[in-house]
Design a protein around this ligand. Sequence first.
Ligand code: COA
Length: 442
Amino acid sequence: MSADKAEKAAKPDPEKLPRDIMEQAKSALRCISSGDRVFVGSGLAVPQLLIEALAERASELQDVEITHLMTFGPAPYAEPGMEKSFRTNALFTGANVRQAVNEGRGDYTPVFLGEIPRLIRSGALKVDTVLLQVTPPGTHGHCSLGIDCACTLEAARNAKNVIGLVNEQMPWVYGENFLHKSAFRALVRYDHPLPELPRKAPSETEKIIGMFCADLVPDGGCLQLGIGAIPDAVLAALTNKHDLGMHTEMFSDGAVELVQKGVINCSKKNLHKDKMIASFVLGSKILYDFVRSNPLVEFRPVDHTNDPFVIARNDKMISINSALQVDLTGQVCSDSIGHSIFSGFGGQVDFVRGASRSNGGKPIIALESTAKKGDISRIVPILSPGAGVVTSRADVHYVVTEYGVAFLHGKTLRERAQALIRIAHPKFREELQYAAKMRMLV
Ligand code: COA
């Protein structure tokens, strides 16, 4: 399932949030003043109750910036009418803030995911308050950040105020993702099930793309999988592989199945041998139960997981990410549809670069050859006006569609155009060939 469609399915009902705890939360949030920057925890670890409580203070606040990666659930701070009080700054644009960003009521910051913690540390992205969800403190007083420590830990280490939503259903996980209870200005207790992303079986097209990608994964390879329907389909196609590792920014339920089948065991990794490394997970309760107190899994912030030099230390690093458009020279657009901002850089470039420097590594961009029910080609002569390049044509290596694999690295523009036309949908090949001729590419 695409992350976007899953996101819509994950929304909890804000009406059901308990009033007494909301009042506690509102009082904890009194430290937030007009003009502050508030960083909120990411993915499915969003402290929704704290966000709803902050939104209820809208009439008292002006120009509060809400900074975040992809978050699931309602984003009341980005609703029309909130713009005097709050302004979203999306470091990755999810469905819940996309309209605000594209209507100019919010901002999008294009940034490599792995570099965000350094921006926070340096003060270039100074954070006043962090709102995050954690486990109750353990025997030694530490709370685990559970299913997300991507940038939240670094934000908390550098913020004036850290407000935690304590939830005993947040899984306690290993790695570098703990905050001592003394680091919090306030802890608000609210035990509740975490939201889940429903899974959907991959389409026939996604299955074929998954199989082409799986052919590029050697036994003993180390995986990174990005966001979207195709990475899920790739996991489903890897069941006959052996001794795979995982060093990734995120993983989902599909990876759990591969561990249970003995396909992923991380035994051949050079770095973090016998450990799956991630900074967040997106999935169902099955996934949360899998990561809970599991010594196989370590969560680490993205300045570690996404550092290309760290990534490259594992041999046979295979990164698989998706895209919205690829032009005939190999420029990859993944964060916008023309001028319209759709998502973000995430870790795509971090992992493309890390995998390309790994011994035997392969960076893969996998996408369906068409969009809009087959009406338009995603392989295009030139990117749509306004489309942003995420992976540059010097970085790109493998591009995969349901029609095959194009290897572009070190190839001329002419060779790239030919290889990409071969994996375009047949009904668009003639016009792509014509456009390539006009541009002297073939
Ligand atoms: N022109 C117009 N519309 C397009 C399009 C194009 N070229 N390409 C896709 N679309 C539409 C699709 O039809 C779909 O619309 P629908 O929901 O109405 O069917 C929508 O855009 C989403 O496309 P889809 O391919 O389903 O997206 P996805 O959920 O599989 O995600 C990316 C793909 C590229 C958006 C996602 O992987 C991403 O954000 N990547 C960038 C960051 C990254 O790779 N990070 C690495 C790890 S997080």
